[in-house]
Design a protein around this ligand. Structure first.
Ligand SMILES: [Mg+2]
Ligand SMILES: [Zn+2]
Length: 960
């Protein structure tokens, strides 16, 4: 350490020192408040003592003690100098500096009692301790000298060493000339050096510079900021056992695999303990050390590490040794792509060692990483213990993270080619002959039982739906395709409900196909009708992937994605698909139709402008005439483009490849089609039509004051037809703005994400079901007020909510008054609580689907159904619902945390529904109740879940 010859301010404490000095008298060091003062009494009680003391003392100008009565001057700070401001006394008087030694002597006089009043604990923080008398000197390992400067003769020293020499120099000068005139100057210099040593970015202090003019890196600069010690080296750092390279696509591997280059596999190792079970295998690896698969090191039981690269003889390993073997196919690794915005940005994959130098990744797993193959790089981490491997395999595998709690839906589904192909393959007119069928079937992980062909003569043909059905486990689903329109429901079944009062669509449309095959029905894993598209097979809530995940588990869902995408890709490579200029061209008739619609709209715009000039336009809402005119024009032009797009799409041939992709949901949108073949539309800058950049006009091509659509950025042509020079320029303007604000947005949202996570990172679910932070403050008494895990939830319909009184009576009244009363009460509660126009709510375990499953298993053993009475059903259902009340919270309340779930169960399993609609046997019913109970408990969150981070990620990630 360095003993200072004169006390010095510490830049980190100077604010506090100033505040303390403003609280006490500068002569007698007593608090500026007297014990009789009512504020004084508050100081002994309130929590925020220091702040309160300062607030009430800083403005006192005189010591109020009769034995002192000193005039107190206000203290001002400039950089690292403190001084008394005499301006109030006399404007001409100079400022009187308050040096650290003076300040220290005042602080020393403060009694322990006063310290406590100020909120300081005198045992651990006496105020004078905030002033340096000794400078601690860090050891050389913290400021090592560098040997780069050899050419200039002499070794380079660390910045801190330079600063310390300066401090020593001025300290010595000060010691020798304590009383001379230059002492003050040395004092000020020493103060500056000590300050810049700690923080070189203090305002009002000239920053210390190195010879070249580079700023010296102070102690605080080492610690703070993104590259500082805390964020750069402690919270995140470069790590061993990791690899990074470019990713490329590979449709043949599973979404749960990652292709690893051989060079990486030979570098990364796993320390495997030798046991009697793997002794031979490990010895073989050691013998093969330098080749692949081999090993790099052997650590024997005495802890000696043998480098196999340089070892002269191959060591004989023993049980208990550790072999650091190469990475092999089948290892579990952690894979990551930055920015890691949510937990799906780091998932565990199974290694598949491959030639060449890039990581191989299945396209269908790119969505959660937000990755593509245009040069993206990803990181791979090799776990280094069996515990880590186990953790990865149970918590982080791609399959176990398939459903995200962010929006209660899968994050993976079919994308791109697979999506486009599965639509084509499952169309009604797609057939596959025997030879192709055999080829396709080979794509499956397990050879299936091949169904009889749909057509036997003249040659056996299978439908595409049959082939995709081979990938499906036993699931049931009804849904629509992307393009399904309500007017297609003309084939709606007219079968009447048991009481012939049912007019609701939901029940009658269940089994109906539509002319365009746009309604999907899957029964017991067989596609009955409807082709598949993004809505059924993509990452959508209630889609195939979601249902398989919920009913058959993560592995089955993964297998479906793998199998179906592989089979579709194999089929698509043979059948072929491509997009060309021909798909963008429209017939002359279509062209004439949309041209005339655009013309009509342009005419209307012209009329609007005219009426504006004639002062006939009435302002709408809060807008003035000018704004009203602009709004109307933009509206009219948008309509022009949209209707042109619609015309193009409707008139497009079903074989149009662009249209096919849009219908499958794999690429492109209606807007894209419109812009390519009909009309590009209005270009916008800052939400307005193109503004006048030249004097009173947008471009020199137009006359001044021209507000017509063409002169303000309406692009009438399509991309196929080509843009005029001025249209091209407007389009470039709009496009540039888009580029700029995406660039700005990424930086901003990234920071928002960091702040969100930092604020919520300590919030977890505790074993008692409460959600608490690290201080054990309760955030929620029950997670999400219902305790359900976000990944276990699906949208479910409350069957009773929307029913009229008579409908409810006819469908649910079964002679048991108490049951009916309860159902009515529940209906009332639903309507009051949900306040929605719909009767859907996210709840775990899909009971309707479970009923179908239970019926399929056709359990009929057990008690004869004669004992299966309405009363029995009512009592049993009630018992189950009551048993689901979790925890001691709300135990007495009828409307506890699981009330909604209880309502769902008791309405679906009301006696009349069970007996006449679902037609369950007693055995099936009992089994269903057991299932519900079990699955309910699986749907609850696990204790220890970091729900705070999940919440933060779920908001931050979509914002990015
Ligand atoms: Mg990219
Ligand atoms: Zn005093």
């Amino acid at each position: 350490h360095i003993l200072l010859n004169c006390p010095m301010y510490n830049i980190g404490y100077i604010k506090t020192v100033k505040k303390i000095l403003e609280c006490v008298c500068h002569r007698c060091a007593r608090l500026r408040l007297q014990p009789g003062d009512h504020k004084y009494r508050k100081l002994t009680m309130i929590k925020d003592k220091f702040k309160y003391a300062w607030e009430s003392c800083k403005n006192k100008v005189v010591c109020e003690y009769p034995d002192c009565e000193t005039q107190l001057l206000p203290i001002r700070r400039h950089g690292i100098e403190l001084f008394f401001d005499q301006k109030k006394v006399d404007n001409k008087l100079p400022r009187v500096p308050l040096y650290a030694d003076q300040a220290k002597s005042i602080l020393e006089k403060i009694t322990d009692e006063t310290c406590r009043l100020l909120g300081l604990n005198p045992d651990s923080s006496r105020p004078e301790w905030m002033i340096f008398t000794v400078i601690p000197v860090p050891p050389p390992c913290m400021r090592p000298s560098v040997h780069i400067d050899v050419a200039n003769g002499g070794k380079g020293e660390d910045d801190l060493t330079h600063m310390l020499t300066n401090i020593i120099r001025y300290n010595n000068l000060l010691g020798k000339n304590e009383s001379s005139k230059t002492a003050i100057e040395y004092k000020e210099q020493l103060q500056i050096h000590i300050t810049t040593y700690i923080d070189n970015e203090v305002s009002g202090v000239p920053p210390a510079l190195q010879k070249g003019g580079r700023m010296i890196k102070s102690l605080s600069a080492r610690l703070k900021g993104k590259e500082g010690r805390i964020r750069g080296h402690l919270m995140g750092k470069r790590v061993d056992f990791s690899a990074r390279t470019v990713i490329t696509g590979d449709p043949h591997i599973s979404i749960e695999e990652v292709g690893v280059p051989l060079s990486v596999a030979k570098t990364l190792t796993f320390p495997e303990r030798v046991t009697s079970y793997n002794l031979d295998r490990m010895q073989a690896l050691v013998n093969n050390a330098k080749n692949y698969p081999g090993a790099r090191y052997v650590i024997n039981e005495r802890g000696r590490r043998i480098d196999l690269e340089v070892a002269k003889t191959t060591p004989l390993i023993e049980i208990g040794d550790i072999v650091e073997r190469h990475m092999v196919t089948g290892d579990t690794v952690l894979f990551n792509r930055q920015p890691s915005l949510h937990k799906m940005s780091m998932m565990a994959h199974i290694v598949r060692v491959m030639p060449y130098s890039s990581f191989r990744l299945n396209v269908n797993v790119c969505a959660p990483y937000n990755a593509d193959f245009d040069g993206d790089e990803m990181n791979l981490h090799m776990p280094q213990s069996y515990e880590t491997v186990a953790e990865l395999q149970t918590l982080s595998m791609v399959s176990s993270l398939l459903v995200s709690p962010q929006s209660n839906k899968p994050v993976n589904g079919l994308v791109q080619d697979a999506l486009c192909g599965i639509r084509k393959l499952t169309m009604r007119d797609t057939f596959v002959n025997f030879e192709d069928m055999m080829d396709l079937v080979m794509c499956l992980k397990e050879f299936p039982v091949i169904p009889p062909p749909a057509i036997f003569k003249p040659i056996p043909l299978w439908t595409g739906k049959q082939i995709i059905s081979l990938c499906l486990p036993d699931i049931d689903l009804t849904g629509n395709t992307l393009t399904h329109a309500d007017h297609e429901d003309i084939f709606r079944s007219t079968t009447k409900d048991l009481n012939e009062t049912c007019t609701r669509k939901a029940e009658s449309e269940f089994y109906s196909a539509t002319p365009t095959d746009s309604r999907v029905l899957i029964q017991s894993g067989i596609i009955v009708h409807g082709y598949l598209c993004k809505k059924t097979v993509g990452a959508s809530s209630g889609g195939i992937v979601h249902i398989i995940y919920n009913d058959h588990g993560p592995r089955a869902a993964c297998d479906f994605i793998d199998n179906s995408s592989r089979i579709v890709n194999a089929w698509l490579t043979n059948s072929g698909f491509s997009v060309g200029i021909g798909d963008a061209l429209v017939s002359e008739i279509t062209h004439a139709v949309f041209s005339s619609t655009i013309d009509t709209q342009l005419h209307k715009v012209q009329k609007t402008i005219e009426s504006y000039h004639a002062n006939e336009l009435k302002p709408e809402g809060n807008f003035d005439c000018e704004q009203t005119k602009e709004n109307q024009i933009v509206g009219l032009l948008a309509k022009a483009r949209d209707s042109a797009g619609k015309t193009t799409l409707i008139s497009g041939h079903p074989d149009n490849n662009l249209k096919q992709m849009v219908e499958a949901g794999s690429k492109g949108s209606v807007l894209n089609i419109c812009q390519v073949s009909a009309c590009v539309g209005q270009q916008m800058v800052e939400g307005k039509r193109i503004p006048f950049g030249f004097k009173d006009r947008t471009l020199p091509h137009f006359t001044k004051y021209d507000h017509s659509p063409a002169a303000r950025g309406f692009v009438r042509n399509s991309f196929v037809k080509g843009l005029t020079p001025s249209e091209l320029f407007f389009h470039a303007m709009g496009g540039r703005e888009g580029l700029i604000d995406t660039a700005i947005k990424t930086a901003e949202t990234g920071y928002i994400q960091r702040r969100l996570v930092k604020a919520l990172e300590d919030i977890t679910v505790k074993s008692d079901g409460t959600v608490r932070n690290s201080r054990d403050d309760i955030i929620q008494f029950y997670y999400g007020e219902d305790g359900f895990d976000g990944t276990a939830i699906e949208y479910q319909t409350f069957p009773t909510m929307m029913l009229s009184e008579s409908e409810l009576y006819s469908r649910y009244y079964n002679g048991i008054d108490s049951e009916y009363a309860q159902l009515k009460k529940d209906q009332e509660l639903l309507r009051r609580v949900l306040r929605l126009a719909e009767d859907r709510w996210p709840l775990p375990l899909n009971i309707m689907r479970m009923i179908i499953t239970v019926k399929k298993r056709a359990i009929t053993r057990g008690l004869p159904d004669t004992e299966f009475t309405a009363e029995y059903i009512f009592q049993q259902t009630k018992a189950v619902v009551n048993s689901l009340r979790p925890s001691k919270l709300n135990i007495n309340s009828e409307y506890n945390v699981s009330a909604l779930f209880g309502i769902l169960v008791s309405s679906i399993l009301s006696s009349k529904q069970v007996l006449y609609v679902h037609k369950l046997s007693k055995c099936q019913f009992d089994y269903l109740l057991i299932l519900i109970k079990e699955k309910y408990h699986r749907g609850l969150v696990q204790a220890g879940e970091s729900v705070g981070v999940i919440a933060a990620q779920s908001i931050g990630e979509p914002a990015t």
